[in-house]
Design a protein around this ligand. Structure first.
Ligand SMILES: [Zn+2]
Length: 120
C-alpha cells in the first residue's frame, strides 16, 4: 500500500478514535450525574438497567479503542492491510469499511466457520 493510502487510513482511524473517546467521556459523565438520585424504586430499577447498558457500551468501546491503537501501530510498522493469517493483502474496500480488521475476507470466513463448529 502506498504512503498516500496509509495516510488516508491513519486519518480514518484517528477520526474513529476521537469519536469513541468523546462517546466514552459522555457515557462516564452520564453515569456520575445520575448515580444515587432516585428515591423511587421504579426509577431506580430502570436506572440500573440503563447503567448495565452503558457498561456494555463501555466494554465495546474499550475493545474498539484497543483495536484502533493496534491498527495505528501496524501502520507505523508497515504491516497494515496485510492478513495476519495468510499474509495476503486485505482488499482496500474491506479496510475502508472496517479499518481495524486484521484478516482478509477468506480467513475471516474461515474463522467464523470454525467458531460456528466450535473448533476455536
Ligand atoms: Zn487471509
Amino acid at each position: 500500500m502506498n504512503a498516500k493510502r496509509l495516510e488516508f487510513f491513519k486519518g480514518l482511524l484517528n477520526e474513529q478514535m476521537k469519536e469513541l473517546m468523546e462517546e466514552a467521556a459522555k457515557t462516564i459523565n452520564d453515569m456520575t450525574i445520575t448515580e444515587g438520585e432516585f428515591p423511587d424504586p421504579t426509577d431506580r430499577a430502570s436506572w440500573e438497567s440503563d447503567r448495565n447498558f452503558l457498561l456494555r457500551i463501555r466494554e465495546r468501546e474499550r475493545r474498539l479503542i484497543t483495536k484502533i491503537r493496534e491498527a495505528l501501530e501496524r501502520i507505523e510498522e508497515g504491516t497494515f492491510g496485510i492478513c495476519e493469517r495468510c499474509g495476503e493483502p486485505i482488499l482496500e474496500k474491506r479496510l475502508e469499511a472496517r479499518p481495524v480488521t486484521t484478516l482478509c475476507i477468506n480467513c475471516k470466513q474461515e474463522q467464523e466457520d470454525q467458531e460456528k463448529r466450535g473448533i476455536t
